[in-house]
Design a protein around this ligand. Structure first.
Ligand code: ADP
Ligand code: ASP
Ligand code: MG
Length: 401
């Protein structure tokens, strides 16, 4: 008998026919004598629709209530899946996050998991039930419902797998695994059979929607291997686990993130403490800053640019304008027309020349690079959003001919 955690994303539970397929897959594992936990996302684009409703009533919805609203999406698919499983003659029990023992901090809409108490889940598995958990949500120590950030059902699944010591953790989605790039933009993309946590984390952080970055971070920290595969096909599948440096490819994947904006402070004093002040204020509001570039200073003044996620735009611009006034900046502007293209590979550590090939591929397509940032296993370039797809195809072609 194995303990199995399966997670099904929004497209996998998008309508009743698909929910029946998911029920069949869960029951199949149960029939093999396994203990089965299923984590579900909200149906289709429900979370987006709920957010749209909220924004029609309030341009900055109170985040506690927003979390209550968001949490309903996953509760709907959870309850429906239980009904479908019972209809197949198997026992199921639905647990929203707060009943599944998922305890978080108090940061609404991007809460972090603090602790999981799996007692209820384990008891219900022992009662011979298939346990269905509403993804993306938990409860804070203040007894408020919280959500775990967009794509957060991935995190629910990984964290539950860790907490119950699952033998297998499977993330089911609408593509056959993790590809060398988004197969919906570049049809030539190839499946990656196995990839390290580090590379998957860089990919997720660089905008490859297939896994939530925080979920991968959690898996890496607690060494929870997992598989990404399709709900609707037996083909493919990608194993994410710890890999040795020599097992990694020089370039594993190329990712495009169109959900970024760039904020620039023009003409601010070039003196110690300025960056700390700006990024300190953004950090206090839980805004993640990505690529940062500071110009060479002229007469002790400089320009400073950085990117943030589109979802943080309103907040980040407000804070930046306020800081701009305090620092005496000539101007603070926000550029929406940007995208970030990232090349990732474990083998980059020992193989120089990847950056040159990437820049060359971009140059040949007349794509101007506005900002560059790197890590040991990643090179990111900020470019114009309108050139994003062309750039992605060109860089992917360069490394995966
Ligand atoms: P789910 O609803 O199952 O959570 P998501 O939409 O969050 O699914 O993630 C799956 C999508 O991620 C795919 O449909 C694909 O378009 C996109 N994607 C982006 N980059 C990649 C990649 N490198 N490999 C696979 N899918 C990718
Ligand atoms: N429903 C949430 C979202 O759309 C969580 C998830 O799908 O993982 O972000
Ligand atoms: Mg997802």
């Amino acid at each position: 008998m194995q303990k199995i955690v399966q997670k099904y994303g929004g497209t996998s539970v998008g309508n009743v026919e698909k929910i029946k397929i998911v029920a069949d897959k869960a029951v199949y594992e149960k029939k093999q004598g396994n203990e089965v936990v299923v984590v579900v996302s909200a149906m289709g684009k429900t979370t987006d629709s709920l957010f749209n409703l909220a924004k029609q009533l309030n341009s900055t919805p109170p985040t506690r209530e927003l979390d209550l609203l968001f949490s309903t999406g996953e509760i709907v698919s959870m309850a429906l899946l239980c009904m479908a499983i019972e209809n197949l003659g198997y026992k199921a029990i639905g647990l929203p996050g707060f009943l599944a023992g998922i305890y978080t901090d108090t940061v609404h809409t991007k809460a972090k998991i603090k602790k999981i108490d799996p007692k209820k889940i384990l008891d219900e598995l022992a009662n011979n039930k298939i346990v269905v958990i509403a993804g993306f949500q938990g409860i804070s120590h203040e007894d408020n419902i919280t959500t775990l950030g967009r794509g957060g059902s991935d995190l629910t699944a990984i964290a539950i797998a860790g907490a119950i010591g699952a033998d297998r953790c499977e993330i089911y989605t609408d593509v056959e695994g993790v590809y060398t790039t988004d197969p919906k933009i570049v049809p030539e993309a190839r499946i990656i059979p196995r990839i390290s946590y580090g590379e998957m984390l860089e990919m997720a952080s660089a905008g490859a929607k297939v896994m939530q970055a925080r979920a991968v971070e959690f898996a890496q920290k607690y060494k929870i291997p997992f598989v990404v595969k399709s709900t609707f096909s037996e083909k493919g599948g990608t194993m994410i686990k710890e890999l040795k440096l020599e097992e990694g490819a020089v370039v594993t994947s190329v990712t495009l993130d169109k959900e970024q904006i760039k904020i620039t402070f023009f003409h601010i004093p070039d003196k110690p403490g300025i960056a700390a002040q700006i990024f300190g204020e953004l950090g206090k509001e839980h805004i993640n800053v990505d690529t940062i570039v500071q110009n060479v200073s002229k007469e002790n003044y400089t320009d400073l640019s950085f990117t943030v996620n589109l979802s943080d735009k309103k907040h980040a611009v407000e804070i930046s304008k306020k800081e701009g006034v305090k620092l005496g900046a000539a101007e603070v502007i926000c550029d929406n027309d940007i995208a970030k293209i990232t090349t990732i590979g474990l083998g980059m550590v020992n193989h120089p020349g990847v950056a040159a090939r990437m820049f060359n591929a971009l140059g040949k397509e007349n794509v101007n690079i506005e900002m560059i940032s790197t890590s040991e296993i990643r090179i990111s370039c900020v470019i114009k959003k309108s050139q994003g797809k062309k750039a992605l195809r060109a860089v992917h072609k360069e490394f995966f001919k």
